[in-house]
Every structure is written in C-alpha cells, then in structure tokens.
Design a protein around this ligand. Structure first.
Ligand code: SAM
Length: 202
C-alpha cells in the first residue's frame, strides 16, 4: 500500500492509462468541477484532467517537485491549473469537488474534508478507506467515496465492502492483508468510536 505522512514515492506514480481509466468511470463537469491532487508530484494528473474541469489544484510540499510541476503546467499551456507549494494538511477543501490522492491522507484529513467540502464531493484514494469510512472499489486499488462520508455498521460490513463480496468477515479481510496493514486496520477499529466523533458535522 502507498502510505504514511512522510511517504513521497515516485512523483510520476500514476500512469496516464490508469488515470484516464479512472476518469472514464466518473462524471466530470467542465463548468463546475474543481479537482485537487493531494501530493501532486510533477503535476501530471492535474495536467491530464485540466481540459475536462473548471480548475485543477495540486498540493506539493517538496520544493523540487513543486518546481517541476509548475514547469509542466507552464508547458501544458492550460491556464486553469494552480500548483501550491504547501502541505495539504492545511488546505481548505471548501472549493473542491473531486479530491484525488495516492498518499495515505489519514483520518484527520478525511475528517477535515468531510467538514469543509460541499456535500457530494468525490474522494478517490489509491487505498482502502480508513475504518469505518464506507467506500466503493472503482478500479484496481482505487476506492471512491462521497461526502458526507458514511460509516460501516461493523467490521464485517467493512470487510464485505473492501473485498467486494456479499458475505465476508473481518477475519477474511485480515487474511488478505499483509502484516502491516492488518496491524493498521486493527488499530483503526480499536480507535474508531473516538475517531468518528471528528466526522460529526455541526
Ligand atoms: C507518489 S507522489 C504522487 C504524484 C502524483 N499525484 C501522481 O499520482 O502521479 C506523492 C507526492 O505527495 C507529496 N506529499 C506527501 N505528503 C505531502 C503533504 N503532506 N503535503 C503535500 N505534498 C505531500 C510527496 O512529496 C510526493 O511528491
């Protein structure tokens, strides 16, 4: 799994084919959609989506990558792309309508997105959602969810959703996951009652 707050990975991690395949599965509005890439690397997904949305915004906190992304945007000629040299933990999500990330953005940021974004904002992650958020597998390792996020009733319901099966238990899911991810998921489940309070929208 591509994870951790300090994880950087390849700045060109998403392939064009993979991304275009994703875009073919969602509805996009040139008039309304505002796309955010959290951890945009060299800015390629922003450039690819630009002709199909109103605005594309990339957040990148690594200075050299940020500069490369700015150059790529300049070269693309698209005027509706904005690259920010900034940590996405402090971003405002009020204008976003589609949020994309292959970084493990974690529950804190998911809660921030839930509180700030417009209802119906789509979040596409290259990983399973953190427990107990409900999501749908869209293609490959990608999951999609909409704000306000919904909560799985219990660990077994979460397992069914992640495995895409009508019957499954959390033990079935643990068997599929590696040691590290199983440990993370057990922890998420243990902390979920307390953590979910951050998702309550007043
Ligand atoms: C694997 S790259 C993905 C690049 C691009 N989004 C793609 O999919 O091809 C992830 C990027 O996220 C950046 N990153 C990680 N944590 C970040 C944070 N908290 N704020 C801004 N950028 C971050 C890393 O520097 C890295 O360039």
């Amino acid at each position: 799994m591509r994870k951790s707050a300090l994880w950087r990975g390849s700045p060109i991690a998403t392939s064009r084919d993979e991304f275009m395949n994703l875009l073919n599965r969602i509805r996009l509005s040139k008039k309304k959609d505002v796309f955010y890439d959290l951890g945009c690397g060299y800015g390629r997904p922003c450039v690819w989506i630009a002709p199909r949305v109103k605005l594309a915004v990339g957040y990148e906190n690594h200075i050299d990558r940020f500069k490369r992304a700015k150059l790529a945007v300049e070269k693309s000629g698209y005027k509706n792309i904005f690259i920010k040299h900034s940590d996405f933990s402090f971003a405002s999500y009020r204008k976003a309508t589609i949020i994309y990330s292959i970084v493990d953005i974690g529950l804190q940021i998911m809660a921030r997105i839930n509180r700030q974004s417009k209802p119906g904002t789509r979040v596409i992650l290259y990983r399973r959602p953190n427990y107990p958020i409900k999501g749908k597998k869209i293609s490959g390792n990608y999951f999609i969810m909409r704000t306000p996020f919904k909560k799985a009733r219990d660990p077994d319901e979460f397992a069914k959703m992640i495995l895409g099966r009508k019957t499954a238990t959390i033990e079935d899911l643990y068997k599929k996951l590696g040691t590290e991810d199983t440990r993370d998921l057990r922890r998420e489940i243990r902390l979920s009652v307390k953590e979910w309070k951050k998702f309550v929208i007043n």
